[in-house]
Ligand binder design. Structure first.
Ligand SMILES: [Zn+2]
Length: 132
């Protein structure tokens, strides 16, 4: 199967899908690797602007938030412990450093994580469970 858009070959079923990790981290379409997955910061676009893949079935749920909390929490708590043991700074330094890092890292990694989870959902054909 080959899909063309505007005369350009964008999907060739004889080739494997692009890596879900690569497309998800870049926020690109998990089928063609070219179109944009996001319409806003965390909002999925209705469909791929290159191959028209419908994104309405994508639902990463709380997955990205869980991974962000786990990763950022581990890093920030570890850094706060190291900072306290090494320098024993006043509490306002902890609040400033930990607050800035927690917010900044969370905003930096939530979109790529959401993209990876959606791309993995597409690659593994995951969907809502149903009773027959
Ligand atoms: Zn696409």
């Amino acid at each position: 199967m080959r899909i063309r858009a505007r005369g350009v070959l964008i999907l060739d079923a004889t080739r494997p899908l692009p890596s879900p990790l690569s497309t998800g981290l870049r926020g690109r379409c998990p089928r063609c690797g070219e179109g944009h997955m996001f319409n806003g910061f965390l909002t999925f676009a209705p469909s791929c602007d290159a191959c028209d893949l419908d994104y309405s079935g994508f639902n990463s749920g709380d997955g990205p938030a869980f991974f962000v909390m786990s990763i950022v929490g581990t890093l920030v708590v570890g850094l706060a412990l190291w900072l306290e043991i090494t320098y024993e700074p006043p509490i306002w330094v902890h609040a400033l450093v930990a607050g800035t890092l927690a917010i900044g890292l969370s905003l930096a990694i939530i979109r790529p994580l959401k993209g990876v989870l959606a791309a993995l959902q597409f690659a593994n054909k995951a969907e809502q469970g149903r009773f027959r």
